[in-house]
Design a protein around this ligand. Sequence first.
Ligand code: SAH
Length: 346
Amino acid sequence: MKEILQDLSFEEMESLVLSLGEKKYRAAQLWRGLMQGKKISDITDLSKAFKAKLLERFEDEPVRIAETLTSSDGTEKYLFALADGNIIEGVFMRYKYGNTQCVSTQVGCRMNCAFCASGLGGLVRDLTAGEILSQILVVNALHGGTPEKRAVTNVVLMGSGEPLDNYGNTVRFLRNVSREGGIGISPRNISLSTCGIVPKMYALADEGIPVNLTVSLHNADDEERARIMPAAKAYKIADILKACDYYFEKTGRRYIFEYSLIHGENADRQHAEKLISVLKGRPCHVNLIRLNEVKERALSGADEKEAYRFLGMLEKAGLSATLRRRTGADIGGACGQLRASRLKGE
Ligand code: SAH
């Protein structure tokens, strides 16, 4: 695979342009074209000779939409092809307040959570910063968005992969995506979801990029949590909470917990009580969702009644919580489901 031009910061693009014998202002034209989601070869205000030089070294189209599935609720799911032939997936969800895109940070995932399709084949490779960014650039362009008037208003790092297991590329992506004069998505409109890689949560707090920190909890008891999330063996809930508090101290951002309700596993009364005892009084919000069933994984989602009972208990105890609707369940909305089925030739 060639290099990915979208990995570069604006300053690095300026140096590149100069090193290729072009005037510095060409960097702004190049950057702008890329932020509009264009291929290098489609940027019209650059000379053919300059573009040919770029194309010797860089991929013209690092991320291409290979397939689109549209759900009855308007959610779109994409299968993206990368330049080396790997595939990843992403989701575009329409809400009243704007549109949220869910992006992947790795091809596959090494975390192997018991309910998740992304970990089925292990980790294949990390995505580069530009491959993460390009998912947004192409989808924004697809929906008629520009850097000035974005179609993608919010971003969640909740596709395949563990963003904090690909730390350097994820942070570089966050800087490039939020930079003014680029696609300019504010860190406040970006949520980074982690299974709880504690040392990297501290590092992120110190980066000065105040994204919304989301932790996938799914159980408030360490031993039970480790049953469905192998990463929980390494990082205990008490340490995750300390890292969350540090994040809050540093950024002033309240943190969020994801809790996917799994029937017979984490959705009973005693699980809600345990969650309340662990989170009470903290500056946090709980996002409940009923598990999206993955056919390769032997776990089923809580039913609606169980889910509302769980939500009711949290609310009664004064916790801030919402039960999210399962968008795109009919198109394999959960992480890694579409890729897993395509890899099997379905
Ligand atoms: N690795 C990161 C981000 C990717 S997963 C993390 O663990 O947070 C994004 C969220 O979707 C996580 O909360 C994850 O636990 C959850 N998830 C994965 N598969 C799911 C499924 N089948 N149904 C419901 N939620 C799921």
